[in-house]
Design a protein around this ligand. Structure first.
Ligand code: HEC
Ligand code: HEC
Length: 234
């Protein structure tokens, strides 16, 4: 699959870059996209379209989630922004990988996420970010307790949050665009912006629910991955 920056990315880049019409004096401030070195400006121009500004909305997972920022290694932030996530809509941003940004700009964004939205010192002992092999059959038993109240017994949807119906998570078209990594991340962080609890939250779960441990998270990730349609033969 070839990948290139999405249209929203390009449109935002052009807006932020501010093309100077010929014959006019350059406006104050950076005149070329490559000169921009401010985290917020770079984030607004390149990431907001998919990841949301200071919140959700978009096909990408929220990056301002403190639990996500607590568990994700710095090296992974740099790696994924540099290279993208092949097979998902997350594009490469480093110019050496065909992306629109300089290596320096990629570093500024990767290093800026935790200072902008992280909350150091939060308690709890969340499972780690790194993928681990899991057992989908055991994951189905965990799903019945931890997820089915909102997503239905086979992930088909059916529950509700604040009167709003909760959608399916077993949709092969949705899962085909998600890496195992992001599925694991959702199991740990939930979507607090949309009413899905994190690994320890009790919403939609039995009263005696205990926080998901590392094995539960690995097994749930394996279950979600098993609901993907096998890719069509090429
Ligand atoms: C065209 C849409 C799009 C754009 C633009 C985009 N992303 Fe993403 N990004 C995604 C999607 C979708 C994912 C989830 C990929 C997966 O399945 O793992 C993702 C994943 C990520 C992840 C990993 C999150 C996790 O939970 O593991 C990081 C970090 C990230 N993006 C940072 C950025 C940054 C920073 C920018 C701007 C420089 C950006 N993205 C621009 C769509 C986008
Ligand atoms: C309190 C209800 C609730 C519970 C419990 C819950 N979810 Fe969710 N989940 C949601 C809502 C709401 C969304 C947002 C999408 C929607 O409204 O359908 C969501 C979204 C998701 C997504 C897609 C993320 C996205 O951005 O589209 C995945 C994957 C997911 N849930 C998996 C799980 C798994 C696995 C469990 C059990 C560990 C679980 N959920 C438990 C309510 C819940």
């Amino acid at each position: 699959m070839t990948r290139r920056p999405s249209l929203p990315t390009l449109a935002l880049l052009l807006l932020a870059g501010g093309c100077t019409p010929p014959g006019k004096p350059a406006p104050p401030g950076p005149s070329r996209p490559a000169d921009v070195t401010d985290f917020r400006t770079l984030f607004a121009a390149n990431c907001v379209g998919c990841h949301g500004a200071d919140g959700p909305l978009g096909p990408g997972p929220p990056l301002n989630d403190p639990l996500f920022l607590r568990i994700v290694p710095d090296a992974e932030l740099l790696q994924v922004i540099t290279n993208g996530r092949p097979g998902t809509p997350m594009p490469a941003f480093d110019h050496t990988k065909g992306g629109p940004l300089t290596t320096q700009q990629v570093k500024i964004i990767a290093a800026g996420l935790k200072p902008a939205w992280g909350k150091p010192g939060t308690s709890g002992d969340p499972p780690g970010y790194a993928l681990a092999p899991g057992d989908a059959a055991r994951g189905a038993a965990v799903f019945a307790r931890a997820c089915a109240g909102c997503h239905g017994d086979r992930g088909q949807g059916g529950g509700s949050v604040d009167g709003r119906p909760v959608g399916a998570v077993n949709d092969p078209a949705f899962l085909a665009l998600c890496s195992d990594q992001v599925l694991r991340r959702y199991v740990i962080t939930g979507r607090p912006d949309l009413g899905m609890p994190d690994y320890a939250g009790k919403a939609g779960r039995p009263a005696d629910f205990r926080p998901l441990d590392a094995r539960d998270v690995a097994d749930l990730t394996a279950l979600l991955a098993s609901w993907r349609q096998p890719p069509a033969a090429k």
